[in-house]
Design a protein around this ligand. Structure first.
Ligand SMILES: [Zn+2]
Length: 137
């Protein structure tokens, strides 16, 4: 199975790597939503968030926290979005779990959150369905 992100981890493909430790690596997205857009990935191959080992997920988030702080300082950001696209319909293009750090600047024109609303008892019914499907601990 060929995975472009696994090739980046093995340094078979050149990328602008900005951070690396034992479990994670981060590099610039070659098709940035905004300048400085970074991807953080686990060094082990997992298809998506659902499949990712929880400990690896924790390492990815810890790396993201460090990197986002450095990005905010270095790029003088007003803020940033953390985004995970899970599944093709959600915009996931590479089937190796990755977390996006998207730089935000005042009046950058990006609109992340068009907001809707629920009908009468809809929210309660949806919440019950999700709760019933949570793993039992
Ligand atoms: Zn991979």
């Amino acid at each position: 199975m060929h995975c472009i992100f696994c090739s980046i981890i093995k340094k078979e493909i050149k990328s602008e790597i900005i951070y690396e430790d034992n479990y994670t690596i981060a590099f610039l997205d070659i098709a940035p939503i905004s300048s400085g857009h970074v991807l953080v990935i686990p060094k082990l191959h997992f298809t998506n968030l659902t499949e990712t080992d929880p400990l690896m997920l924790a390492y990815v988030m810890q790396s993201a926290q460090k990197i986002a702080g450095a990005m905010a300082k270095a790029l003088k950001l007003s803020g940033y979005n953390i985004l995970i696209n899970n599944g093709a319909v959600a915009g996931q293009i590479i089937d190796h779990f990755h977390l996006h750090i998207i730089p935000r600047r005042a009046k950058d024109g990006l609109e992340a959150w068009p907001q809707g609303e629920y009908q009468a008892s809809e929210a309660g019914q949806i919440a019950k369905k999700i709760i019933a499907s949570l793993p039992k601990s």
